[in-house]
Structure formats: C-alpha cells, structure tokens
Design a protein around this ligand. Structure first.
Ligand code: HEC
Length: 159
C-alpha cells in the first residue's frame, strides 16, 4: 500500500470513529416522544440492574460464585453498555417525564461518555476474570463493575 492510500485509510478510520463516538444529543420533539425515549432509556438500565443482581449476590457471598453464570451476566452488561449512548441520546430534560435522569447527561456529554466507557471496560475485565475461573478475581471484577454503575449514578442520576 502506498503512503497516500495509507493516510487516506487512516483518515477514513478516524472519521468513522468520530462518527460513532460523538453521539449528538437531540431534544425530544414532543411530550410523547420524550415519554417514549424515557421508557427506552429506563429499559436499558433495568436490564443492567437485573444482570447486576446475581453478580452482586456472588460478590457478597449470598450465593456461591459460579464462573459460567458470572460470564453470562458480564457479557450481557458489556453489550448493554454499548447501547447506553444510543438510548440516552434523546434529551428529555425540557419535558415533564417521570425520570431520575439529570439534565447533566446532555450538558456534559464527554463526561457521560467516559462513564459509559468505564462500564464497558469493567465488564470486559469481568468477562476475562470469569473465563479464568478464579473466584477472588471474579469477586474483585464484580466490585469494579459496581463501582462504575455507582460512579455514573452519583453524577447523572437523582438519588
Ligand atoms: C453512564 C451512566 C450510567 C451507568 C454506567 C449506569 N447507570 Fe444506571 N442509570 C443511569 C441513569 C441516568 C439512570 C436514570 C434513568 C431514568 O430514570 O431515566 C439510571 C437508572 C438505573 C436504574 C433504574 C431503572 C428504572 O427506571 O427502573 C437501575 C436499576 C440502574 N440504573 C442500574 C445500573 C447498573 C446495575 C449499572 C451498572 C451495571 C448502571 N446502572 C450503570 C446512569 C447510569
């Protein structure tokens, strides 16, 4: 490959990265749109919660650590983390919707993006720990995931 082709390729790759990471917030167009967007946003977080439940129980010693189960939930959390940006894109802050989401989500998109990325990374670490079948590594990695949930909630979610 010649140099020009290489640099053109680099530019193309860079632009497509920007296109996928810089998710632009868009204000909801109506009360109905805001309600629907809120419902979808909360669905993602509900699924995150339902997958975190069994992991939390393992970390706390309430149920025995099971590497296969931990891996299943870690994979789901990892996949769900990749959907958060899309499902939080619609800014519903100007509408009267029942939500715990703070308007900061749309005012501080870089910070929010970073908090999403932390969850993606922590759940990737948990998948690796589960594959290693090392109980203490699994518990530690579950703690790492939980920290990223709490970190985002502290800043972007009402108590
Ligand atoms: C990048 C930020 C962010 C991360 C990371 C995050 N959350 Fe949340 N979470 C939110 C926000 C914002 C809401 C409020 C959504 C709303 O009410 O519209 C929320 C709401 C929730 C809810 C309530 C959903 C409902 O409406 O019933 C649960 C449960 C939840 N999160 C669990 C988790 C778990 C478990 C994790 C980690 C595996 C996690 N969240 C990671 C931002 C985050």
């Amino acid at each position: 490959m010649n140099v020009l082709k290489k640099s053109l390729l680099a530019i193309t790759v860079a632009t497509s990265l920007v296109a996928t990471t810089a998710v632009m917030a868009q204000s909801a167009s109506s009360e109905k749109h805001a309600a629907k967007a809120t419902e979808l946003r909360q669905s993602i977080f509900k699924l995150l919660g339902s997958n975190m439940g069994p992991l939390g129980a393992m970390a706390k010693g309430k149920v025995p650590v099971d590497a296969k189960t931990a891996e299943k939930h870690a994979i789901r959390i990892n996949q769900l983390s990749l959907m958060i940006a899309d499902y939080t894109r619609t800014d519903t802050s100007k509408f009267d919707v029942k939500t715990e989401a703070l308007a900061k989500i749309w005012q501080e998109p870089d910070h929010f993006r970073k908090d999403i990325d932390k969850l993606t990374l922590a759940s990737t670490n948990l998948i690796a720990a589960a594959k290693s079948n090392d109980e203490s590594a699994i518990k530690k990695a579950i703690g790492g995931v939980g920290k990223t949930c709490g970190g985002c909630h502290d800043h972007f979610k009402k108590d």
